[in-house]
Design a protein around this ligand. Sequence first.
Ligand SMILES: *Cc1c(COP(=O)(O)O)cnc(C)c1O
Length: 458
Amino acid sequence: MKLPFAESYKIKMVENLRRSTREEREQWIKEARYNLFNLRSDRVFIDLLTDSGTGAMSDQQWSAMMLGDESYAGASSYYKMKEAIRDILGFPYFLPTHQGRAAENVLFSVLVKDGDVVPGNSHFDTTKGHIEFRKACAVDCTIDEAFDTQVEHPFKGNLDLDKLEDVLKSHPASRIPFVVVTLTCNSSGGQPVSMRNLKDVHAMAQNYGVRVLFDSARFAENAYFIKKREEGYQDKEIREIVREMFEYADMMTMSSKKDAIVNIGGFIGLKEEKLFREASTYNIMFEGYITYGGMSGRDMNALAQGLYEGTHFDYLDARIRQVAYLGSRLEAFGIPVQKPFGGHAIFVDANKFLPELPREQFRAQTLAVELYLEAGVRAVEIGTLLADRDPQTRENRYPELELLRLTIPRRVYTNNHMELVATALKNVYDRRNDISSGLKIINEAPIMRHFTVELEKV
Ligand SMILES: *Cc1c(COP(=O)(O)O)cnc(C)c1O
């Protein structure tokens, strides 16, 4: 008999979780103004808000922390990180930053100007925020298949080359600071980009004299999908695939809280010395000296080790199988989920789940609240609240996909937890026709409102 799959790690330390009653949760979610970001974490049983900084570090990472060098300049921890980035990703220049959006802030301070246009594949919210904050415009060039949750396409993160060329043709190169390729594409459902597409995008951008930036938070998961789904890569090591991917980038920004499996950290990777010098000035102003950039030595050590662990096939296989396990349980209950399953999360199609609820009442957010009430599971809206208002018209932007994201932290929960989440959502699904009213906004911030928005029941 063929042996079943099992994780290639065991658990050394546990953290207890607190259960709650439905009455308690009703009170708490009301106090949190129906925004799950406002909930205290001890009022959550299973936390699928994000996979960002929520992973479990290994014994190797914890021991690397003890060897952290806290020197202000030239710390050995900086050199460990530099070595790992050169070795795994192939970038000769790098700047540490305290997280991914800080990397964007520093790099975009050099490159993005008022009136610029930045094409990409469904830009991540902070990326878009940093572009729009500089009065530039993000243009989404993702393939159309990405916007239909039921279409099976192996690389729904791909850029549509015709859409991209339209943008590149209709603006001078001096107005296009770079093309962003998000790996995997978070906003469209943790969907990967194929090697072919990376190659084609880079060739096209080069043709027009435009740089390519990889927003790389989940580059290792992307490499796993290339190995599994793209012809010619089955027998390649994850590290070989990663090195090839980054041949097609001029620059990278990284949220190390994702595929480097640390609780905090980020960096910028660069191939051009001139750009490195320019960005260094901003790094010193915003983040810290160039050999620590807002990170402690111990954090840089853990990050360097995490880059190696995060690019092991066995680790990635366990992670992505767990995500798929949750997805297949939901599918078995008939719940509409994004297909194929993404790398870090399962995305529930709230437009199909609650089609009768007016979209002005925030379908995915309503669903998030219902799931929390059902079982203390915290998920996150990837829909109208996240899409924000149009910066010019100030009207709500209704994205094509209204999703509830169930995000799986790395090496944290067991499949029994996944089973509970699936059952909780099934219970909500069974009573979906009783959910006849949603939420309305009582308070919101001018940009990135989803983090702090306050809502009440309609
Ligand atoms: C998380 C993330 C970021 C921002 O990184 P932070 O570490 O949260 O600041 C940028 N891009 C993508 C694709 C991300 O997933």
